[in-house]
Design a binder for this molecule. Structure first.
Ligand code: SAM
Length: 472
């Protein structure tokens, strides 16, 4: 029985509701009056239900698809402006007890080079990341109760926050580790994490169980109910996602939106972010073995419809996607990207030898952070290193309220300009610096509130004089 407010996985992600939604979408895919009604509702930027979104995805009319793309672009600008939040993943350990067939960390893989960073090695990685200009990290680790217990993760978070190298600082640590207990989520919250991220991989229980044959992750309910436990443990900001390519995109698209609806219905606040990774080639993993690869055109449509279905949710894309694909995705909804990423354990300090591969997957965008920042500026996006909201306690529904009230231009825009200024003073190449300064001069005038604009101007000149870490 489908019940978005239930905390039982098979009730808030109901297989029969997903199947009947897919059937409804197929049956109505040419029903123009229904589709026009949904597009009119979408234009009000108050979101769509999973049924409405599924119908848009199923409609093949090119004119409707164009309208979806342009509305996604408009909604993104309305709520997020042209800011793009920057982050980098930090892989702590690839020891893992699970058997996920698509992930090279799986316990039976004998060819991957296993590594776990010591606190000293974490220091070195973080200094390398700070020297690139990063302020926000996503911690990644395999699931291994003995090698990577929660105490190791907590100690690592502590180490990361404690490192102040030159003008560098990691100000927000998001965490992507395996599903855990309410008590452990409480400890992560107390350690000051930003978002707790966990990808569902697939919402199809039967397929999930086949893809995760062994280990704690094979328990579908434990994994699917993880965000409920995280919320019960006091984590306000959770990030969901599926790994596209494992299951049919239609099924997981509906499941993803149902998960967002469940969080909103049960806790009054939807997911802080949605990630849309696509399966990549990796050590021991051949994408040809997976039959559900999502072609680019459909993938772009999925992203655009998520954007209009959940207008207030940040959307993340990693370096799994190429420069070309990221360029398109930024136009239609993505608000957060990684740059200069390494997916190997210890990869920021040293390049790996070919026979020492510890990476989780092959990345498609190999550019440095400075190249990514310069490229964003060329495309008229503001690369933002802002971490202010969660440091000011604007998490969960408090963050959503800011967004819904359209206060981004008086808060997020100045914060983006201030943190971009820090980046260009401390880390940028001369060419990127020049483009960044020009953008800051131009966009300062877009801050509507006069007092905020004056304060921003003051902060910018203080940064020129060597001070750091201002925020609204
Ligand atoms: N171990 C944690 C867990 O169980 O969720 C999460 C960390 S894992 C480092 C992060 C994510 O990488 C996984 O949730 C999965 O979606 C993704 N991933 C695994 N194998 C991948 C592949 N071959 N291509 C792309 N992404 C992959």
């Amino acid at each position: 029985m489908y019940n978005p407010k239930s905390t039982t996985a098979t009730e808030f992600i109901s297989d029969s509701e997903i199947r009947s939604t897919m059937e409804y979408a197929r049956a109505n895919s040419c029903n123009r009056s229904l589709i026009d009604g949904i597009m009119a509702k979408a234009a009000e930027a108050k979101g769509l239900s999973h049924r409405e979104a599924a119908l848009l995805l199923e409609c093949n009319d090119p004119e409707v698809t164009e309208r979806i793309f342009s509305l996604a672009n408009e909604i993104k600008h309305r709520f997020y402006g042209n800011r793009i939040v920057m982050f980098a993943p930090l892989y702590l350990s690839n020891y893992c007890v699970n058997g996920c067939v698509y992930c090279p960390y799986h316990a039976k893989n004998k060819t991957i080079h296993r590594k776990k960073l010591t606190q000293e090695e974490i220091r070195a990685e973080v200094i390398a990341l700070q020297d690139m200009g990063h302020k926000r990290l996503a911690l990644e680790a395999g699931e291994h109760p003995l090698k990577n217990p929660i105490e190791y993760i907590l100690e690592s978070i502590n180490t990361i926050y404690s490192i102040k190298h030159k003008n560098g600082a990691i100000r927000r640590v998001n965490v992507n580790i395996a599903a855990t207990t309410v008590e452990n989520y409480r400890r992560l919250r107390d350690a000051g994490i930003g978002t707790y991220i966990l990808f569902q991989e697939t919402y199809n229980k039967e397929n999930y169980e086949a893809l995760h044959p062994t280990g704690p992750k094979s328990d579908y309910a434990w994994h699917t109910e993880a965000m409920d436990r995280a919320m019960q443990g006091g984590i306000d900001d959770v990030g969901i996602g599926v790994l596209f390519g494992l299951e049919t995109y239609r099924y997981d698209f509906v499941g993803l939106l149902m998960h967002a609806e469940h969080l909103e219905a049960t806790y009054g606040v939807g997911p802080h972010t949605i990630s849309v990774p696509r399966l990549c080639k990796a050590d021991d993993v051949d994408t040809a073995d997976f039959k559900n690869a999502v072609p680019d055109d459909i993938f772009y449509k999925i992203v655009a419809i998520i954007r209009i279905a959940v207008p207030y949710t940040g959307m993340i894309i990693s370096t799994r996607e190429s420069q070309k694909s990221r360029e398109r995705l930024l136009e239609i909804g993505i608000s957060q990207i990684s740059g200069g990423s390494r997916t190997s354990v210890g990869g920021y300090v040293s390049e790996e030898l070919p026979d020492e591969n510890s990476a989780q997957f092959d990345i498609a965008d190999h550019r440095s952070l400075d190249e990514v920042v310069g490229w964003l500026l060329d495309l008229d996006h503001i690369p933002s290193f802002c971490t202010a909201c969660y440091r000011e306690g604007r998490t969960g529904d408090r963050f959503m309220t800011l967004l819904k009230n359209g206060q981004i231009s008086n808060c997020c825009l100045p914060n983006a300009l201030i943190t971009l200024k820090e980046y260009i003073r401390d880390y940028a190449s001369p060419a990127t610096r020049e483009k960044g300064e020009a953008m800051i001069r131009r966009l300062l005038n877009d801050v509507p509130n006069e007092r905020v604009r004056e304060k921003t101007t003051e902060y910018l000149s203080k940064i020129d004089n060597g001070e750091r870490d201002f925020r609204f």
